[in-house]
Design a protein around this ligand. Structure first.
Ligand SMILES: [Zn+2]
Length: 313
């Protein structure tokens, strides 16, 4: 299914359903056509089904934006992975796949790969900017930040400028990585920014309100809405470096979120069934603690701690 975004009459609102070919998946899409077809901004929530603040922000945006106030086209996908959402979990309930690991998808692949392909072909690759709304999932806590497509070309520059305009205090340069929405669409020539707000499977109206304000700042930046873009005075720019658990056990964390850490500093330990430490988790580099696993039980290879490491730009 291809949506012709140029066919909508000015100042109209449309509720579509994207039916994924040969998969039992249907994705609601709201198109708000303003006074002119471009620029086109897509706001996408629910790529992970258990990140609720972004889903609520997208739903509130879809309910409240008046097409008469838009100079361009706003495309809202409140819940990109409806069956993960319906199961209250991060990954697809149909095939157990994480949607944000299979972009740009595969038309002949498994259901979640078909979903990624359908989202890309029908919606995402036709945009001038994509803003995806993530959170920290059900078992993680992250500092709030915004990732941008980090490349040395016009797509990277447009992604970075949109990220600055959004008004987050922390920006994370996202390198080319296979399977993720952000670099996959960036490689297709579409600027992308991706937020991380909230987490632990919780829903907070304040967080959704914060997200909405960031979306509105990006809409002003794109001239989709009137007003001056008012980004953060000077966001800090990071890359992330993760520390994984080497063994299963209970994670005991010694450092608070947003605290600075030195290279080699002990950040926490994995405890065994007797309460003794079986692994030390040390900082591989200096940085700031940007996130951690909040549910203390952890399996080998899972994210224990995420560091923000200073990035020059
Ligand atoms: Zn997510």
């Amino acid at each position: 299914m291809d949506i012709d975004f140029d066919r909508y009459a000015p100042r109209t609102r449309h509720e579509l359903t994207l039916a994924v070919p040969d998969a039992p998946i249907a994705v609601p899409v709201i198109v708000i056509a303003g006074s002119r077809p471009r620029p086109r901004l897509a706001v996408v929530g629910g790529v992970h089904g258990d990140e609720y603040d972004g889903i609520q922000a997208a739903q509130r945006l879809a309910r409240t934006v008046d097409p008469k106030t838009i100079d361009g086209t706003l495309v809202i996908v409140p819940i990109a992975n409806p069956n993960a959402y319906a199961a209250g979990q991060r990954i697809s309930a149909i095939d157990g796949i994480d949607l944000n690991r299979v972009f740009p998808g595969h038309a002949q692949g498994r259901p979640t790969e078909r979903l990624a392909d359908c989202l890309c072909r029908s919606v995402l690759r036709h945009m001038d900017l994509i803003f995806t709304l993530h959170g920290a999932g059900a078992v993680t806590q992250l500092a709030w930040y915004l990732e941008f497509f980090d490349s040395d070309d016009a797509v990277g520059r447009a992604s970075y400028e949109a990220a600055v305009a959004a008004g987050f205090e922390n920006l994370v340069a996202f390198p080319p990585t296979k399977g993720f929405l952000l670099p996959s669409l960036g490689a297709l020539g579409v600027p992308v920014i991706e937020g991380e707000v909230g987490g632990r499977g919780e829903l907070h109206d304040d967080n959704a309100t914060y997200y909405l304000a960031r979306i509105e700042a990006v809409m002003r930046h794109l001239s989709l809405q009137q007003g001056k873009a008012d980004g953060a005075a000077r966001p800090r720019i990071w890359r992330t470096q993760d520390v994984q658990a080497p063994v299963a056990g209970i994670l005991r964390r010694d450092v608070a979120l947003n605290a600075p850490v030195q290279a080699g500093q002990l950040l926490g330990q994995i405890l065994d069934k007797d309460g003794g430490a079986v692994a030390d988790l040390a900082a591989p580099v200096a940085g700031v603690l940007g996130g951690f696993r909040a549910h203390a039980w952890i399996q080998p290879g899972e994210l224990a701690l995420r560091l923000f490491v200073q990035q020059q730009r």
